[in-house]
Design a protein around this ligand. Structure first.
Ligand SMILES: Cc1cc2nc3c(=O)[nH]c(=O)nc-3n(C[C@H](O)[C@H](O)[C@H](O)COP(=O)(O)O)c2cc1C
Length: 276
């Protein structure tokens, strides 16, 4: 069993790295083979939106270190991914990485490999959307989450004093190494992502923002329950709807509009005297 830990922090032996290494340590104690990588050691640039991976059915055409990172993940049975919280969101390196997995084939290839999602913030109450962003890596690739949680520490190494998070990380690693595939963490509001991003939708119903899942509040427990038959964006029906009915037809629509768009851009360029 090979377990790969990836940290999105620039700090070597910073809090995210230490928390991920706790997961790896737990896994090693159960006999797993462990490997740790820093995302910032890879030269991975922002998606340039050529959409070749979608409309030309090719691997990503950008020549950088993304294929090496992909190979590292391909060679692993489980992935532990973590990010520091930066201004309420995940670190830039992770936000750059996530869209590079746009190609549908990656989901087919990596789905089923379980993982653990982590974030580290300086203090409770300032976690924002960092952990849901890490969680989205797993859900968008069809990789089951075994646990997801946040640890707290400000200065590098202070995460050691969040003993709850460190213990939970060790336990999560042990569970991964023992072959756990089910979610073992605390429930969270949404039963799919286990995050708490439920908002009131235009239809007046509660929706999980991450999973695009409409639901209802149980009268007695105030528990969020998905509506019967509702499908999360990550599930088979959700991804098919997204690609076949929304994204793929957008290719022909754009082609039909291309000439007209060029005329509109030229008009704006003339007004602003720009030739860029
Ligand atoms: C630029 C910057 C922005 C930050 N923003 C937040 C924040 O919004 N919420 C929070 O809880 N912590 C925030 N922090 C604190 C870090 O999340 C915290 O120090 C964390 O332990 C860093 O993890 P690392 O050592 O793995 O890099 C921020 C730190 C930096 C440097």
């Amino acid at each position: 069993m090979k377990i790969l830990g990836i940290s999105a922090s620039r700090r070597k032996w910073g809090n995210t790295e230490i928390l991920i290494r706790h997961v790896l340590q737990g896994a090693a104690e159960e006999g797993a083979e462990i490997r740790f990588l820093r995302l910032t050691d890879f030269d991975i640039i922002q998606c340039r939106e050529c959409l070749g991976c979608l409309f030309k059915d090719t691997d990503c055409l950008i020549k950088d270190d993304f294929p090496s990172m992909l190979d590292e993940i391909r060679m692993s049975d489980c992935v532990v991914l973590g990010s520091p919280v930066h201004k309420l969101f995940a670190a830039g390196s992770l936000q750059t990485l996530l869209p590079r997995f746009f190609r549908q084939d990656y989901t087919g290839e990596l789905s089923g490999r379980p993982g653990v999602a982590l974030a580290v913030g300086g203090m409770p109450g300032w976690e924002g959307w960092a952990l849901p962003q890490v969680v989205s890596f797993f859900l968008s690739l069809g990789m089951p989450l075994v646990d997801r949680f946040i640890g707290y520490g400000q200065g590098p190494g202070e995460i050691f004093y969040d003993t709850g998070a460190c213990t939970r990380a060790l336990e999560a690693g042990k569970a991964l190494a023992r072959g756990e595939r089910r979610y073992i963490g605390d429930p969270g509001l949404c039963p799919v992502c286990h995050c708490d991003l439920v908002f009131s939708g235009a239809d007046g119903r509660p929706h999980c923002m991450l999973c695009d899942l409409p639901g209802q509040w149980a009268a007695d427990t105030a528990e969020f329950t998905p509506l019967p038959g509702a499908v999360a964006r990550w599930e088979e029906g959700g991804t098919r709807l997204h690609f076949e009915h929304l994204i793929l037809p957008s290719g022909q629509r754009f082609k039909d509009r291309k000439r007209e768009i060029k005329e509109k851009v030229d008009w704006l360029k003339r007004l602003q005297e720009s030739d860029e």
